[in-house]
Design a protein around this ligand. Structure first.
Ligand code: PMP
Length: 472
């Protein structure tokens, strides 16, 4: 009731000039949106001005509610405007909003580093991740990890290790270095002349398994490909970078954790560092705090961002072993990691992250997510029989639906049919945000999603698929 009154007040405050349509026009006259062909706005692609958010809902300036089934690009964990995180950010803003982290320190940065190291994946007998380097978005975190890996070898006198191995269909961000280790043509093709070509190893993606091949067998096959690649380039590679368990931007493709164990063994055998990009998979998305845990082993460097702050503020962190850190210690500045961003370890973002980690503990989030994941499984299972759904797959709190013309792997819809976009529009019309990846629809909801919202999500997904394919 209180919440409703609050919403009514916010809406009442909007003057006529600030109506949804007016915001849309003002937006289009000044803004250039990310990952968007601007020409498609607003005809082909709706532009929805959002006034506020509450729980799993985003609320438009016109008062319409939208269920945020993709957690606002996989950032939001506990719902929009989560009061405990909002309060922590407000309290920190009244105390210290920013200080450069070179030569200075602050409590939230230290406390957050301690807590991240405490929850990071471990393997008995291996030295744990021991140091935290902050950056301010996912791509910047990936850049820092790549540079660290190269520089580590450089500091040890191994100057020939200048190449990175990445996985086919992987994604690590949009900056030049991160794009170089990404393999999604849509994002990288135009910029290819600018990129430092990575070595791409076969993806362990279970969707690519041959008939009769299990996900574990597919993982073994891909690991054999990685082994062969590393053997062809002795002494040239400084690191392997991968998205553990789930290649998100590549279409929510999932693989058996066995692959991560094999990758760990191969990196050790070839003296190559292993970088886990947990930017999208971290903080409970795949069922465990970090996806790497499912393999019972750990990386040498781990990048986190997105859910790190519960979805409130941009922040990234690179976790490194003591051994990596130690190689940068010297009397010369050249051996130091001189990488920096102005907002490195911003106190507001660190305070949001600390509040988010408190919620994990106080609300027993990972355990509660197991129950929600069971509901996701039950609600998504019937889609496997849909005549246009070729695959329904799940990793913890993520479910993906692969849409094809005949519901099998060999009949993709023609790209021009834009089935994913049509489904997006149909779902949005019904008040659910289902931003697709090509013709893959997926659910990656905030963890606070309730039973009614889950039912709405499933019902709307079905209606959106049916509407999208009806016009194909
Ligand atoms: N790595 C992965 C696995 C990602 O999913 C993303 C973002 N989608 C990034 C890196 C880049 O993060 P950001 O968008 O914050 O630069």
């Amino acid at each position: 009731m209180q919440e409703r009154l609050h919403e009514a007040e916010i809406l009442a405050d909007r003057t006529a000039a600030e109506s949804a349509e007016s915001w849309r026009q003002r937006d289009l006259s000044v803004l250039w949106h990310p990952c968007t062909q601007m020409r498609e706005h607003p005809g082909t692609l709706p532009l929805v001005p959002i006034s506020h958010g509450r729980g799993a809902w985003l609320v438009g300036h016109d008062g319409r509610h939208y269920l945020d089934a993709v957690s606002s690009w996989w950032t939001n964990l506990f719902g929009h405007a989560e009061p405990r995180i909002a309060a922590a950010v407000a309290a920190q803003a009244g105390r210290l909003e920013q200080v450069m982290l070179a030569g200075f320190s602050h409590e939230p940065a230290v406390r957050l580093a301690e807590r991240l190291l405490d929850i990071a994946p471990r393997e008995p007998g291996r030295a744990p991740l021991a140091k935290v380097f902050y950056a301010d978005n996912g791509s910047a975190g990936v850049e820092a990890a790549l540079k660290m890996a190269f520089h580590w070898f450089h500091n040890r006198g191994e100057h020939g290790r200048t190449r990175f191995v990445a996985l086919e269909n992987g994604y690590h961000g949009e900056t030049i270095g991160a794009l170089s280790v990404g393999d999604i043509p849509l994002y990288r093709q135009v910029y290819a002349p600018l990129l430092k070509e990575a070595l791409f190893a076969p993806s362990p993606d279970a969707w690519l398994a041959e008939p009769g091949q299990s996900p574990a067998e597919r993982a073994e096959q891909a690991a054999a490909g990685l082994a062969a690649l590393l053997e062809r380039h002795p002494g040239e590679v400084c690191a392997l970078i991968l998205e553990p368990r789930l290649q998100c931007a590549g279409g929510m493709r999932m693989h058996d954790p066995l692959y991560l164990r094999r990758a760990r063994e191969l990196c050790d055998a070839h003296g190559v560092l292993l970088i886990a990009d947990e930017i999208a998979t971290g903080f409970g998305r795949t069922g465990t705090m970090f996806a790497f845990e499912q393999a019972g082993t750990m990386p040498d460097l781990m990048c986190v961002s997105k859910g790190l702050t519960g979805g409130f503020l941009p922040l990234a962190a690179v976790l490194a072993t003591q051994d990596i850190y130690d190689a940068f210690l010297d009397d010369s500045r050249e051996r130091a990691f001189l990488h920096s961003h102005s907002y490195t370890g911003n106190p507001l973002a660190c305070a949001a992250a600390l509040a988010s980690l408190d919620i994990f503990a106080s609300d027993d989030v990972i355990e509660r997510n197991r129950v929600t994941a069971q509901s996701l499984r039950a609600l998504s299972a019937p889609f496997a029989d849909h005549r246009h759904v070729a695959d329904v797959r799940q990793a913890g709190m993520v479910v993906a639906f692969e849409l094809t013309r005949d519901g099998d792997r060999s009949t993709p819809f023609p790209a021009g049919a834009r089935i994913g976009l049509r489904a997006y529009r149909a779902a949005l019309q019904r008040g659910v945000v289902l931003r697709p990846l090509g013709d893959v629809l997926y659910w990656m909801p905030p963890y606070c999603i309730d039973a009614d919202q889950l039912a709405l999500l499933a019902e709307t997904t079905l209606a959106a698929i049916d509407e999208a394919v009806a016009c194909a």
